[in-house]
Write a protein that binds this ligand. Structure first.
Ligand code: UD1
Length: 356
C-alpha cells in the first residue's frame, strides 16, 4: 500500500507530522510531495526538522504567484509525479491552492483521492480557501472529517456516503508537542523577556485582512491599543502588505517578530493570557490549550470553539479590545476535536479501503 501526501503550506506540514508517524508505525509506504507554495525556511524547513517529518521525496519548488498561476504550476507538475508513483491513495490536506491542485490532478488521472480535514465550511464565498475545500470535497473519493459539524456539512451537500468521521489530526500533534514543551518552556518568552500570563500571541495572514490597507490599519489599531504586550508572529504576507502601505506593525502594545517553529509557538501560547488570530489552526490550538482566543474574522469554520465560549469573533477596533479583555470563559471538558488518535484511524482506513 502506497499513500502519497501532497503538502505545500505551513498548516499542512503540521497535519502531515502525525500521518507520517502513523504510516511508519503501520509499515505503510508514504511518499511526501512538497509543492513549494511556502518556501521561506521559517514557514517550511523548520516544521520538517522540529516535528520529525522525513525530507520530502519530491519538491516541486513552485513558489508564490496569483491563484491561477500558483495552482496551475502545481497541477502541471503533479501529473507526472502521480503517474510515476502510481499511489493507492493521494492524500490532500486542508484548503490551500496545493490542496486543490492535488485534487484536480488525482481525479483526472484516476488516482483515488482522500481529503483530510473535509467538511469545513465558512460559507464565505470571498475566501479562496472556501472554494479550495468545497471543490476538493466534491472531487474526493473519501472525505475524512475532523468533527461532527463537518460531517453534517458533508451530508447536506450529498456526500454522506463517502465521508468518515476520523477526528482531528491537529489534536494528535498538539497533545504530543504540548507534553514535550511543558518540560522545556518557551524560547520566545525567554528571548523577548515576556511575563507569563501577561502577553497575547497574535497572527494575521488572510488575504481579506491583509490586502486592503484600511482593513489592515484597523486591525493594527486594535492590536496596538491593549494594556499588555501583543506579540505578532508576522507571516511574510502581512509584512509585505504592511510595508507596501506604509503601516507599522510595531506600535503601542503591538510588536512584530518573525514566525516561530510549531513547538515554540505552542510553548508561547501555553504561557500567554490570550491568542488573537485569523488562523484556523491557532483558534483550535488555543481552545485545546484552554487559552481564550479572539478571532479577527466575521465567521469561523471551528464553530465549537465559539459555542463553548473560548473563542470570540471580532472585527472593529472596539470589538477587538472588548474581546481581548473579556473574562476567562467557564471550564469545559468537551472534546469536539477528537482523542489524539485521528492519524492512526486515517492510515488504517486507507489501508482497509485499498484492500492492501
Ligand atoms: C496559504 C493558504 C491558506 C493557509 C496559509 C497558511 C491558499 C490560498 N492560502 O496562505 O489557506 O492558511 O497558507 O500560512 O492556499 N510568502 C512568502 N514566503 C513564503 C510563502 C508566502 O514570502 O514562504 C508570501 C508571498 O508574497 C506570497 C504571499 O506570502 O505571495 C501569500 O502566500 P500564499 O501561499 O499565496 O498564501 P498564504 O497567505 O500563505
Amino acid at each position: 500500500m502506497r499513500i502519497l501526501s501532497v503538502v505545500g503550506a505551513r498548516p499542512q506540514f503540521v497535519k502531515l507530522a502525525p500521518i507520517s508517524t502513523a504510516a511508519t508505525a503501520a509499515g505503510i509506504e508514504h511518499i511526501i510531495v512538497h509543492t513549494g507554495q511556502h518556501y521561506d525556511p521559517l514557514l517550511s524547513d523548520v516544521f520538517f526538522s522540529e516535528l520529525g517529518i522525513p525530507a520530502p521525496d519530491v519538491h516541486l519548488g513552485v513558489g508564490s504567484g496569483g491563484h491561477g498561476a500558483q495552482t496551475g504550476a502545481i497541477l502541471g507538475a503533479l501529473d507526472d509525479v502521480f503517474d510515476s508513483y502510481a499511489p493507492d491513495w493521494v492524500l490532500a490536506y486542508g484548503d490551500t491552492n496545493s490542496t486543490l491542485a492535488a485534487a484536480i490532478s488525482a481525479v483526472k488521472l484516476h488516482h483515488p483521492l482522500a481529503h483530510l480535514e473535509a467538511g469545513l465550511r465558512s460559507f464565505n464565498r470571498r475566501m479562496p480557501e472556501e472554494h479550495n475545500r468545497v471543490l476538493t470535497d466534491h472531487a474526493a473519493d473519501l472525505c475524512l472529517a475532523p468533527t461532527a459539524v463537518a460531517m453534517k456539512h458533508l451530508a447536506n451537500e450529498g456526500l454522506a456516503d463517502r465521508s468518515v468521521l476520523v477526528g482531528d489530526v491537529m489534536t494528535d500533534v498538539l497533545f504530543r508537542v504540548r507534553d514535550q514543551v511543558l518540560s522545556t518552556g518557551s524560547k520566545l518568552v525567554d528571548e523577548l523577556g515576556l511575563t507569563a500570563g501577561d502577553y497575547s500571541i497574535a497572527t494575521i495572514h488572510r488575504a481579506e485582512n491583509t490586502d486592503d490597507p484600511a482593513r489592515l490599519a484597523q486591525i493594527v489599531e486594535g492590536l496596538s491599543a491593549q494594556g499588555h504586550r501583543v506579540i505578532l508572529l508576522a507571516h511574510p504576507r502581512v509584512v509585505a502588505k504592511a510595508a507596501l502601505h506604509g503601516i507599522s506593525l510595531t506600535t503601542g502594545s503591538l510588536e512584530a517578530h518573525s514566525p516561530v517553529s510549531y513547538p515554540d509557538l505552542i510553548a508561547a501560547v501555553l504561557a500567554s493570557r490570550s491568542v488573537i488570530t485569523d488562523s484556523g489552526g491557532l483558534q483550535k490550538e488555543a481552545f485545546l490549550l484552554r487559552v481564550p482566543c479572539t478571532t479577527i474574522r466575521s465567521e469561523t469554520e471551528w464553530t465549537e470553539t465559539v459555542d463553548l465560549g473560548w473563542n470570540v469573533l471580532a472585527n472593529t477596533t472596539e470589538e477587538i479590545s472588548a474581546a481581548v479583555t473579556r473574562e476567562r470563559p467557564p471550564a469545559t471538558t468537551d472534546t469536539p476535536y477528537g482523542d489524539g488518535f485521528a492519524a492512526e484511524r486515517v492510515v488504517s482506513l486507507l489501508a482497509e479501503r485499498s484492500g492492501k
